[in-house]
Design a protein around this ligand. Structure first.
Ligand SMILES: *[C@@H]1O[C@H](CO)[C@@H](O)[C@H](O)[C@H]1NC(C)=O
Ligand SMILES: *[C@@H]1O[C@H](CO)[C@@H](O)[C@H](O)[C@H]1NC(C)=O
Ligand SMILES: *[C@@H]1O[C@H](CO)[C@@H](O)[C@H](O)[C@H]1NC(C)=O
Ligand SMILES: *[C@@H]1O[C@H](CO)[C@@H](O)[C@H](O)[C@H]1NC(C)=O
Ligand SMILES: *[C@@H]1O[C@H](CO)[C@@H](O)[C@H](O)[C@H]1NC(C)=O
Ligand SMILES: *[C@@H]1O[C@H](CO)[C@@H](O)[C@H](O)[C@H]1NC(C)=O
Ligand SMILES: *[C@@H]1O[C@H](CO)[C@@H](O)[C@H](O)[C@H]1NC(C)=O
Ligand SMILES: *[C@@H]1O[C@H](CO)[C@@H](O)[C@H](O)[C@H]1NC(C)=O
Ligand SMILES: *[C@@H]1O[C@H](CO)[C@@H](O)[C@H](O)[C@H]1NC(C)=O
Ligand SMILES: *[C@@H]1O[C@H](CO)[C@@H](O)[C@H](O)[C@H]1NC(C)=O
Ligand SMILES: *[C@@H]1O[C@H](CO)[C@@H](O)[C@H](O)[C@H]1NC(C)=O
Ligand SMILES: *[C@@H]1O[C@H](CO)[C@@H](O)[C@H](O)[C@H]1NC(C)=O
Length: 512
């Protein structure tokens, strides 16, 4: 679900003078670096190779919302940003959307967003847009390599062009949410609020990682305090500011919190609740915490040094009610300062690294590869690269390449031989040149189509060693030398070398 949001106008943001940007901030579609609320934003063009840019005519709009990148191409399966990361480090990724009728329509398009091979969420900004609000989404992921892809993609509901206004990537500390197994999961933010607080969103520099903490008040009494709990006292490093306000109840009443205000889809969630006693000295403040009637923590003793209670995988669905019941003998009522609910997403997996590297190397020697050759080659399944077919199961490998007639040029890297699960390679009707690499490590190869290109040099005799090869089409290239005997005598092989090559006939009757 999308989170709420800033009003689109620039006045709604706090300004941090001379603040260092906490991460990589991209102002999508912007022609030059920009500055908003004292943070530095870069244009996105160095991180994506597709899409068109435009600027909005909405008056007095925040700088980072005033331009966007959109994706009119209906053939590409996904549109990916590729961002530099440190392998093994964890990142907060935030995407922000403000439609602004950039395409002349009235309602924002609906589309999907992906992180690496994982379907992150559907983007639906309609209800925010109707209120002049921008929408943002946040996810916490671990980098598995030196780059991280964040992609948009059409789904069956997409009626116009997917678009994006800004994209942020911020490294989070190793201890943050570290009870989550990030090799299997990602965490998508559902709610993160400072209780008893009514001001603008709390963010960087209060939050070291520029997480957003929204204001949340209800009918419960609020408490202000001047104490000073330190953010580093918690693994999750919440900003110290959230401990300056709280919601409370007076004895003997329990403190009841309907939070967040919207229903949650049935799923597992990471839930963290933050507490700090506001009194410098005093008697015990002890209470039970329950979530939708299930005990979450028993006899929680809240002290002035602060405490967090969390659950790594807590099943929730629908509306959430948190009840804090004072323990017998507690002389003061319960109190709560802040909370986070993050949806636990199973990672979608990824293509076997060896195949990914081989494809990336191949890509470098090819020109005009499909624009969706970014992000994971196979995953999510409905958003694989154009022309790439992959295996099922847990070890996901590339089993076929079909780039017939896509206008490719450049040469074919010998690294294609690392894609050892390939059974079909169809590269006919392009402008590929250079020599034909050694395909013999591809033991499963059944068909190899290189016809109607400009390959030159000799036909590698090692092709004859591939026992299952049934189709070898090489006509209309610029090949020289002889047709190897190993191929001419290979039983069951549909071999086509003519017309259009300059081969010497080494066997009577064999075509050239
Ligand atoms: C997008 O940009 C391309 C080339 O830059 C242009 O040919 C195309 O007309 C543009 N599409 C739209 C919908 O503006
Ligand atoms: C998108 O959001 C709007 C407003 O909340 C809702 O009416 C609409 O059904 C949503 N569309 C989809 C496809 O979820
Ligand atoms: C949104 O902004 C436009 C003009 O900027 C205004 O006419 C309209 O009333 C606003 N809508 C809401 C719901 O605030
Ligand atoms: C989380 O980080 C804290 C602080 O570095 C450390 O003490 C703790 O053992 C870590 N927990 C896990 C599960 O890694
Ligand atoms: C807490 O502080 C805010 C802003 O400073 C103020 O509006 C509010 O009335 C205070 N609440 C209490 C209970 O003192
Ligand atoms: C803040 O914390 C420091 C050290 O933890 C302590 O010396 C100081 O008295 C505290 N200040 C207040 C206002 O509580
Ligand atoms: C949530 O999903 C789980 C597993 O799919 C199911 O067992 C459970 O009954 C669902 N709960 C609700 C409230 O729908
Ligand atoms: C709560 O913690 C304080 C400080 O650690 C301690 O003095 C007090 O006895 C505790 N209360 C209960 C009920 O455990
Ligand atoms: C707190 O929870 C425990 C265990 O669930 C229960 O025995 C106890 O009665 C509860 N206390 C209150 C005040 O609800
Ligand atoms: C490869 O694509 C071409 C053109 O789209 C198609 O005619 C051919 O059947 C495909 N080959 C395989 C093995 O799917
Ligand atoms: C991939 O190919 C290169 C050169 O062809 C080779 O050195 C390397 O070991 C191969 N890598 C793997 C993982 O097979
Ligand atoms: C064919 O190869 C020869 C050299 O072997 C080269 O001179 C010629 O330009 C090539 N022709 C084409 C159409 O690539």
């Amino acid at each position: 679900m999308s989170l709420s949001l800033f009003f689109i106008w620039f006045i709604a943001l706090p300004a941090f003078l001379n603040a260092q940007s906490p991460g990589l901030l991209l102002d999508c579609g912007a022609p030059r670096p920009t500055s908003e609320a004292g943070l530095q934003w870069l244009p996105d063009s160095d991180f994506i190779n597709t899409g068109n840019t435009t600027s909005l005519s909405t008056p007095h709009i925040r700088t980072t919302l005033s331009s966007l990148r959109y994706f009119p191409d209906t053939k590409a399966r996904k549109f990916c940003y590729v961002l530099p990361v440190i392998k093994g480090a964890r990142y907060l990724v935030r995407t922000t959307f403000f439609y602004g009728s950039f395409d002349g329509g009235e309602t924002p398009p609906i589309f999907d967003q992906l992180v690496e091979g994982t379907l992150w969420s559907t983007v639906n900004t309609s209800s925010d847009y109707a209120l002049n609000l921008s929408s943002y989404y946040e996810i916490m992921v671990q980098a598995t390599g030196k780059s991280l892809s964040v992609c948009l993609a059409r789904n069956s509901l997409t009626r116009s062009h997917p678009f994006i206004s800004s994209l942020e990537l911020t490294q989070i500390g190793n201890s943050v949410y570290n009870s989550t197994d990030f090799s299997q999961h990602a965490l998508a933010t559902v709610a993160r609020d400072s209780f008893g607080y009514g001001g603008p969103i709390i963010r960087y520099p209060d939050d070291h990682f520029d997480r957003f903490w929204g204001p949340f008040t209800d009918s419960s009494p609020t408490v202000n305090k001047t104490g000073n709990v330190s953010s580093t006292g918690f693994w999750n490093m919440p900003p110290a500011r959230i401990f300056k306000t709280s919601l409370t109840s007076n004895l003997p009443n329990p403190l009841e919190l309907q939070w967040p205000l919207f229903p949650l889809p049935n799923s597992s969630y990471y839930v963290a609740l933050y507490f700090e006693d506001n009194r410098e000295i005093g008697s015990s403040r002890v209470f039970n915490v329950s979530v939708n009637g299930v005990t979450f923590f028993r006899n929680l003793n809240v002290t002035t040094s602060g405490v967090v209670v969390f659950a790594t995988m807590w099943p929730l669905s629908g509306h959430i009610q948190i009840v804090m019941t004072p323990a017998e003998g507690s002389t003061v009522g319960p109190l709560i300062n802040g909370g986070e609910i993050l949806q636990v997403l199973m990672l979608g997996g990824r293509t076997v690294t060896r195949d990914v590297i081989a494809l990336e190397v191949m890509k470098r020697s090819l020109a005009k590869v499909p624009l969706d050759w970014q992000g994971d080659p196979c995953l999510p399944r409905q958003y694989s690269w154009t022309g790439v077919t992959c295996s099922e199961g847990s070890r996901i490998r590339v089993i076929a390449l079909n780039l017939t007639g896509l206008g490719l040029s450049g040469s074919l890297s010998p690294r294609i031989a690392n894609l050892t699960a390939l059974s079909d390679i169809w590269l006919g009707n392009n402008n590929l040149s250079g020599s034909i690499p050694d395909f013999s490590p591809l033991r499963r190869l059944v068909s190899l189509h290189l016809e109607n290109n400009q390959f030159s040099g000799e036909i590698p005799p090692t092709l004859g060693n591939i026992s299952g090869l049934r189709e070898l089409w090489l006509q209309n290239n610029n090949l020289t030398g002889v047709v190897p005997n190993s191929l001419q005598t290979k039983p069951g092989l549909d071999l086509r070398v003519s017309p259009g090559n300059r081969l010497v006939n080494s066997m009577p009757g064999a075509a050239t």
